[in-house]
Design a protein around this ligand. Structure first.
Ligand SMILES: CC(C)(COP(=O)(O)OP(=O)(O)OC[C@H]1O[C@@H](n2cnc3c(N)ncnc32)[C@H](O)[C@@H]1OP(=O)(O)O)[C@@H](O)C(=O)NCCC(=O)NCCS
Length: 186
């Protein structure tokens, strides 16, 4: 795997490393109870908490702020997770995909656009063999993003531990292989 790329551009978006100065923007969207809990993490309680997350969780490799080109503000996050940070991907050449977006921006195809760019990066730059996202039961909006990007349903896991929420949930897991992605992209 190559080292983390600094920025990825799409038609409307720049995916870039998180910066300390994104804390206000992160808090604005991550405080919304419609965003974190459905993805498995609690809503942020303060700008300070958001700043700490930027310095810890979001400092991991391949973890990007999703920004509109228009103003460069961080409005969401997308990440490829590896090793101990990934529940769904075991092998060195596989990653788990995670993402969320601020609610005012839902329904404009933004996360599909970001996910397609991350997949290209995963297969062309990082030379990965498979990328695995999941979603918890009922999060049909997230499944629709995965379906649009070419991920295929693999399995359903009952009673999955969601440690940050102190709950167990049903999780649906999907995957795309490099070959499937190449066929879709050709
Ligand atoms: C999931 C999420 C990232 C989607 O981002 P987005 O930019 O709105 O996604 P897109 O616009 O690319 O695609 C959403 C699709 O879901 C569809 N959709 C919206 N509401 C839906 C619903 N209740 N059921 C099924 N599909 C739905 C949209 O119509 C769209 O599909 P279309 O393009 O075929 O019309 C965003 O809603 C979010 O951050 N949710 C909270 C956090 C989260 O769930 N993260 C993922 C954890 S697995």
């Amino acid at each position: 795997m190559t080292s983390s790329q600094e920025t990825i551009e799409t038609n409307r978006l720049v995916l870039r490393r998180w910066q300390d100065g994104d804390a206000d923007s992160l808090y604005e969207y991550a405080r919304d109870p419609a965003v974190g809990p459905i993805a498995g993490w609690p809503s942020h309680q303060s700008v300070e908490e958001s700043r700490e997350i930027i310095g810890t969780v979001f400092a991991a490799p391949e973890t990007y702020a999703v920004c509109l080109k228009d103003d460069g503000r961080a409005i969401g996050a997308i990440a490829l997770k590896f090793g101990d940070d990934a529940d769904l991907a075991d092998a060195d050449d596989e990653a788990e995909l995670g993402y969320w977006l601020g609610r005012p921006f839902w329904g404009r195809g933004i996360m599909s656009e970001a996910s397609e760019a991350i997949l290209r990066h995963a297969f062309e730059d990082l030379d990965l063999a498979r990328v695995w996202p999941g979603y918890y039961e009922g999060n049909n909006r997230s499944w629709r993003v995965q379906e649009k990007c070419g991920f295929r349903y693999q399995r359903t896991c009952e009673g999955v531990d969601v440690p940050l929420m102190g709950e167990r949930r049903t999780e649906h897991v999907s995957c795309i292989t490099r070959k499937e992605w190449e066929q879709l992209s050709s």
